[in-house]
Design a protein. Structure first.
Length: 222
């Protein structure tokens, strides 16, 4: 079903913009694919760009950048191989978390900038996707261990940007109610209150026991 949005100006409806249904582009993967195609096209059309091959010298997966070690330029072996070429994760041709493994073979287009040689588009041999590093940032590992959950629909195994449903009303992430937010969730408060009461009771008992073992000061003899 076609969806539409009314655009108003000075309280007057002046235009109707028709948008495609959500199921025509269910995820943001199509946006990412378009960005990769644009990056690849721009690197091919740049007259100042060159083609090189080599390996990944090192790559910081947390910061998202590293350096390539170039051994061939335009198919010709370099007299002094090991020329450094800067690479950013946004230039990598691969799915999911983008990174490079140390020693991984790559093909790339690059150009010279004010900071040195900089890669424009990086692929595996023959234009294949990059393999990537087995290492992942600690934050990403913690998020995966808890499982992916969509904050739009509450469903598992996907994120809000990949959700196939239209934007849902905001709701409590604890009980999924739309009448309040998680900060004011009564169910969460009820579940947490016995724990807090138990802690206070325990601390009171411990204080009384400590007082019972505290020696009284000696009485003064008059």
């Amino acid at each position: 079903m076609t969806q539409f949005i009314f655009i108003t100006q000075a309280s007057v409806i002046n235009k109707i913009v028709f948008l495609p249904p959500y199921d025509l582009c269910p995820t943001w993967s199509c946006v990412k694919a378009e960005e990769e195609e644009a990056a690849s096209a721009s690197s091919d059309s740049d007259p100042d760009s060159s083609h090189g091959t080599g390996v990944c010298k090192w790559f910081n997966v947390r910061m998202g950048f590293g350096f390539l070690s170039m051994s061939h330029r335009e198919g010709v072996c370099l007299d002094s191989p090991g020329v450094d070429v800067f690479v950013h994760q946004s230039k990598l041709h691969m799915e999911g978390f983008r990174s490079l493994k140390e020693g991984e073979e790559v093909e790339f287009t690059f150009k010279r900038s004010s900071k040195g040689l900089e890669s424009l588009w990086v692929t595996g041999p023959g234009g294949a996707p990059c393999v990537g590093s087995e290492k992942k940032p600690k934050g990403a590992q913690k998020r995966r261990s808890k499982g992916d959950r969509c904050f739009n629909c509450g469903g598992p195994n996907h994120h809000a940007k990949e959700c196939q449903l239209p934007p849902q009303p905001k709701k409590c992430h604890f009980c999924q109610s739309i009448s309040h937010m998680v900060a004011n969730c009564p169910i969460k408060a009820q579940q947490l209150s016995p724990v807090s009461q138990g802690k206070s009771t325990t601390s009171t008992v411990e204080e009384e026991e400590d007082m019972s073992h505290t020696p009284f000061p000696p009485e003064s003899c008059d």
